[in-house]
Write a protein that binds this ligand. Structure first.
Ligand SMILES: [Fe+2]
Ligand SMILES: [Fe+2]
Length: 196
């Protein structure tokens, strides 16, 4: 599947607002991919596809997620907002035949997971800092990310967890493990100045 084909497909499937978001994520992914050492073309394609099922009916998403829950260890019942990502990963791999590496970046774009690939990191962070995002603190994380993507990723992961906890929502264990992994495995250079 080419970027052009992906664009056409998501245009049909998504609302104007979600399409605009997707376009912003693709733009961010293009900038972040080289920093993470990810393939730019794959990152842009993954970004175009990342929310492809976002507006599908929840029961359809759940059905698709349940089919692969055991393989990937999803905790499906607790967080319907995650279904579009897990289901989207399966969809793009099985129905669109995209590279499993790209599908995985779609699958983990909302929760993250431990030991993420450069492509997975790119799409996760691009989705967090895309230009259409306006939540408190996003500008700072955006600025950090374009200077040091690894630092930005850790900050984004931390803020995701804090935000969910503040709202009393369940934090997916993959996100907690993702942050723990980043904190344990990142180079000292990337950790410096993190908590100032
Ligand atoms: Fe999403
Ligand atoms: Fe998104």
């Amino acid at each position: 599947m080419t970027v052009k084909e992906a664009k056409k497909l998501v245009k049909q499937r998504l609302s104007e607002e979600r399409f605009y978001h997707t376009k912003c994520v693709a733009r961010a992914a293009k900038k972040l991919a080289p920093q993470f050492g990810a393939d730019v073309e794959k990152a842009v394609l993954a970004a175009w596809l990342h929310d492809i099922l976002k507006e599908d009916p929840k029961p359809d998403l759940l059905k698709r997620v349940q089919a692969s829950a055991i393989i990937f260890g999803y905790k499906v019942e607790e967080s319907p907002q995650l279904w579009h990502a897990f289901a989207g990963g399966d969809y793009v791999e099985q129905e669109l035949g995209v590279d499993p590496e790209i599908a995985s970046a779609v699958r983990w774009h909302t929760t993250g997971k431990p030991d993420m690939t450069p492509l997975e990191k790119t799409v996760f962070l691009a989705d967090y800092i895309s230009d259409d995002r306006h939540f408190t603190g996003v500008e700072e994380i955006r600025e950090i990310s374009y200077r040091s993507a690894e630092k930005g990723l850790r900050r984004a992961m931390k803020q995701t967890i804090d935000h969910l906890r503040e709202k009393g929502l369940t934090v997916n264990e993959n996100t907690i493990e993702a942050l723990e992994y980043l904190e344990t495995h990142d180079s000292q250079e990337n950790q410096d100045g993190e908590d100032k």
